[in-house]
Design a protein around this ligand. Structure first.
Ligand SMILES: C[S@@+](CC[C@H](N)C(=O)[O-])C[C@H]1O[C@@H](n2cnc3c(N)ncnc32)[C@H](O)[C@@H]1O
Length: 473
């Protein structure tokens, strides 16, 4: 009976994936990726134009003149609608040029859908949710049932949580789901936090067990798995044997999971998963893609031979744009005051001033200022310049220069939104490349799946893969 249920779950899960993302062959991922790459090549200049250079590089003039005319008087509601994947453009009082409509529609069409199906969410007991912030709680609630299902369909009970941070996920898998978990982390301080979290959990449970009235509930939520903490930097040159050697169960079948594997860790776990025969399943949520682009080698992209053959590269700026939070910005456009929307224009105006006044200062070094909502551009400039440790003596000319940008602040917001549309397309490119890499290595069951609410957790796309073959009728 249990086996029949497990098979039903397996088939249902595979069907879900296949229904949403096509077959387990290289197609249609490869053809979508080819289109994405062509499109990104066409708009390479826009991908690599930072909003902070809006005034210094006169970025507005680089947009086609017909777009400039259309976006000149665009309202914040129209910008919000433009960023909405489901938005059907309302009848525009002044029609937009077809090339602009096509750009917006193509960005949405090429980006993988980001809305989660909202099917399953674990409910965390107090012991697991104590000290866990809302975003992380949401992530755990959505991620853990998926890991559980993927493990059960592959008969796996061991999991390595790579880059475990404070260990919330590892603890939940070990003591909420009864798995044998290795929590691997490079930073000693984070690992210390994870170990402390485990001690606190144990103390919590001991107390609960001592209290007769909560004995039943504590037994329900506590399943005795095992948890080992290992300090290890999973670096790109780590050999798969050396990785396995550090795990407490070595050659045993296991799943690799990573929640927000930043920088090189993301691509590295794909390589390890493909290379280790005992790694049977992978559940990976990416983050901070640009951190694997900041050194000479671009380890993060491409991974697949398919993209290598296309000779496509992504820049640091592109990877950074992939991490922008379009859904959150859309909400901001819908609901907030003009002051908050002006932040891109303000930073660009300060950049213009800094370039003129302090030519020896590095470009793009103007940092964000907090609590800027009700500031004028001059107040913002003062706060930003003082944050940079530069002398604060603004002359009348400086003030005039800053204020001369005011009539174009709304254009900077429109430019930011146009560029923002490309973020999910770039993330699609990165994700498809990773899935193609897995498929090229024979992992035919490798899928991309939106798991988290993108407004709560913008890096919400999971790559879920397993090596076992199932027949789906
Ligand atoms: C964004 S945090 C996510 C932490 C945790 N998974 C979570 O979601 O709460 C990424 C973690 O990965 C760790 N990390 C980054 N690169 C690593 C590497 N190469 N090997 C092991 N851990 C790494 C960082 O120290 C950090 O704790």
């Amino acid at each position: 009976m249990r086996r029949n249920n497990a098979i039903k779950i397996v088939v249902e899960l595979i069907r879900d994936f296949v229904r949403s993302m096509g077959s387990s062959s290289l197609e249609p991922y490869a053809s979508l990726l080819t289109q994405v790459v062509r499109f990104l090549d066409e708009y390479d200049w826009l991908v690599n134009s930072l909003s902070i250079h809006f005034f210094t590089d006169d970025l507005w003039s680089k947009l086609p003149t017909s777009w400039q005319a259309a976006l000149q008087n665009v309202s914040t509601e129209q910008l919000a609608e433009m960023l909405s994947p489901r938005g059907h453009p309302k009848r525009r009082s002044t029609p937009w040029p077809l090339s602009l409509e096509a750009f917006v529609a193509t960005c949405h069409a090429l980006a993988l859908p980001r809305q989660p199906a909202a099917k399953e969410a674990a409910s965390l007991s107090h012991s697991f949710s104590r000290f866990v912030k809302g975003k992380k709680r949401h992530e755990l609630e959505r991620l853990v049932p998926v890991i559980d299902r993927v493990c059960s369909l592959n008969d796996i009970s061991c999991v390595v949580d790579v880059g475990c941070g404070q260990g919330h996920l590892a603890r939940l898998l070990a003591y909420g789901y009864g798995m044998s978990v290795d929590a691997v982390e490079a930073e000693e301080s984070h690992l210390g936090g994870a170990e402390k979290g485990e001690r606190m959990l144990m103390t919590d449970w001991e107390k609960q067990e001592q209290r007769a009235e909560s004995l039943t509930s504590s037994k329900q939520s506590f399943r005795k798995g095992s948890l080992a903490h290992t300090r290890l930097r999973v670096s790109p040159d780590l050999k798969s044997d050396d990785f396995l050697e550090r795990l407490s169960w070595k050659e045993k079948r296991h799943a690799i999971v990573g929640l927000h594997t930043c920088g090189n860790l993301g691509p590295t776990i794909f390589r390890l998963f493909a290379q280790c025969s005992s790694s049977r399943a992978l559940v990976s949520m990416g983050c901070c893609y640009m951190k694997s682009f900041d050194c000479e080698s671009t380890l993060g992209y491409p991974l697949s031979q398919y993209v290598k053959d296309l000779s496509h590269q992504l820049s640091f700026r592109a990877a950074e744009l992939a991490c922008h939070t379009m859904d959150a910005y859309r909400l901001r456009l819908q609901g907030c005051n003009e002051g908050k929307l002006n932040v891109h224009a303000y930073r660009a105006a300060v950049e213009l001033l800094v370039c003129k006044k302090f030519p020896s200062v590095d470009r793009s070094s103007v940092r964000k200022v907090r609590n800027y909502a009700n500031m004028s551009v001059v107040e913002y400039a003062k706060a930003a310049i003082s944050k940079m440790g530069l002398p604060l003596d603004l002359t009348l000319n400086d003030v005039e220069l800053l204020e001369s940008t005011c009539p174009r602040h709304h254009l900077a917001t429109a430019f930011f939104c146009i560029r923002l549309l490309l973020g999910p397309v770039i993330e699609t490119c990165l994700l498809l490349d990773r899935v193609l890499y897995l498929r090229e290595h024979g992992v035919l069951h490798s899928y991309i799946w939106p798991l988290f609410d993108p407004r709560l957790s913008p890096r919400n796309m999971a790559i879920i893969a397993w090596k076992k073959q199932f027949k789906v009728s």
